[in-house]
Write a protein that binds this ligand. Structure first.
Ligand SMILES: [Mg+2]
Length: 398
């Protein structure tokens, strides 16, 4: 089998990759809806993979893996990797998890990061109410993640929150940092305690925190919430969009608190997880298959983390429904250090009308059933998706 074309369309702000072959089998991959600007980077890789056998996934990846970088620039390579696995699964007539070694679970736990409601305010009672709204959802989430601190509007909405300079609106692109005031710290802790009280002891609570924290604030906070038995604190010191890992700082933090410390959504490739894993610098790693270099890359990192006593909770909130299917396929194969992946949602909502193959409803009792049809388990429906193609992309399904 040979690759005859690599196409990319922007569908509802998601770059979507299609790999075509000489045997009429095609495969799809998807990147985050934050990244419509990636289309030229994806198409730039076309010449490198034309003519290759897509079912030798690794051999194709050797041609393009070096042409990615930390978030957002690992996504082009990652989306192509997922499309290759989709082709390989269809060619073999098996679900992708079989090609990754087979599943060890029939349903995969997810955590909520994508079902969001506008906060009514920034006081503890508003955070508690938000948690209650999420737990009232039909998905039956058993784990939820909340943004706090520098990863939330708290930094600007709570007067006197920190001593740093305000960066203006937006989470990405501007790295707001600074020493948190005593008032700010007390406010965060009160909000977390209120959320934990609302969640109870049957639901796991994780916090997306930064980056932007000074080391001592991070340590002080991690220790102050030890009694709450949180799932993890994410990206306190580096992460999100920082093109570095701060592994040595993370190691000092992780060694000095019982609260699990998490990072990794921005990191590209296994090599860049080496200091975090071998140094046991965090308790949980959270690569995103649509940023790290693909699903096989994520599996390798999960296995290596497991050898070092480190847990795995993949990022994925913006990866869309094809991205969700990929997360399910790889997560079904991971060892027992797997906690849950961050569940993507259809955005815009019409995405649920252009994809077939996923369970309906997708999430039940906080889990997604592992699809056993050939390929990645979800497919674009061309007749439905075509309506959302721009003029530039109208030959995407041709
Ligand atoms: Mg995060």
């Amino acid at each position: 089998m040979r690759i005859t074309d690599l196409k990319c369309a922007i569908i509802g702000d998601h770059p979507v990759v299609r790999i075509c072959t000489d045997e009429g089998i095609d495969g799809f991959g998807q990147a985050e809806f934050y990244k419509p600007f990636l289309k030229p980077q994806i198409l730039q890789l076309r010449e490198s993979i034309l003519g290759a056998d897509p079912t030798d996934v690794e051999r194709v990846m050797l041609r393009i893996r070096q042409r990615g970088a930390f978030k957002p620039f690992g996504s082009a390579v990652s989306a192509i990797e997922m499309a290759l696995w989709d082709v390989a699964g269809h060619a073999a007539g098996v679900p992708v998890h079989k090609l990754l070694g087979g599943k060890v679970r029939d349903r995969v736990r997810v955590y909520n990061g994508g079902v969001r409601f506008p906060l009514d305010g920034h006081e503890p009672e508003h955070y508690a109410a938000d948690v209650r709204r999420m737990l009232d959802r039909p998905e039956g989430f058993t784990m939820i993640k909340q943004p706090i601190g520098f990863h939330s509007p708290m930094k600007s909405e709570v007067a006197g929150f920190h001593y740093g300079e305000p960066s203006g609106p937006g989470l990405h692109g501007i790295l707001e940092r600074g020493r948190i005031t005593e008032r700010g710290m007390d406010h965060i802790v009160a909000c977390v305690e209120a959320m934990k009280e609302a969640a109870g002891d049957g639901v796991g609570l994780a916090l997306d925190c930064g980056p932007g924290w000074m080391f001592n604030d991070a340590l002080r906070f991690a220790r102050r919430v030890e009694h709450l038995d949180l799932l993890w604190l994410e990206d306190l010191l580096a992460g999100d969009y920082t093109p570095w890992t701060h592994a040595e700082l993370y190691r000092d933090l992780t060694a000095r608190t019982t609260t699990p410390i998490h990072t990794g959504e921005q990191i590209y490739l296994r090599q860049n997880f080496k200091p975090l894993i071998e140094g046991r610098a965090v308790s949980v790693v959270g690569p995103d298959p649509a940023d790290v270099g693909g699903i096989a890359e994520l599996k390798w990192i999960a296995e290596y983390a497991d050898l070092h006593g480190i847990m795995m909770a993949p990022h994925g909130v913006a990866n869309g429904l094809l991205g969700l299917a990929a997360l399910v396929q790889v997560s079904a194969t991971l060892p027992g250090n797997f906690i849950a992946f961050e569940c993507p949602v259809a955005q815009p909502a019409w995405w649920s009308e252009i994809v077939e193959g996923l369970p309906d409803p997708i999430v039940t009792d906080g889990f997604v059933d592992v699809q056993t049809a050939p390929g990645m388990g979800a497919r674009l429906i061309p007749e439905a998706a075509e309506r959302h193609l721009s003029e530039d992309d109208r030959d995407f399904f041709a």
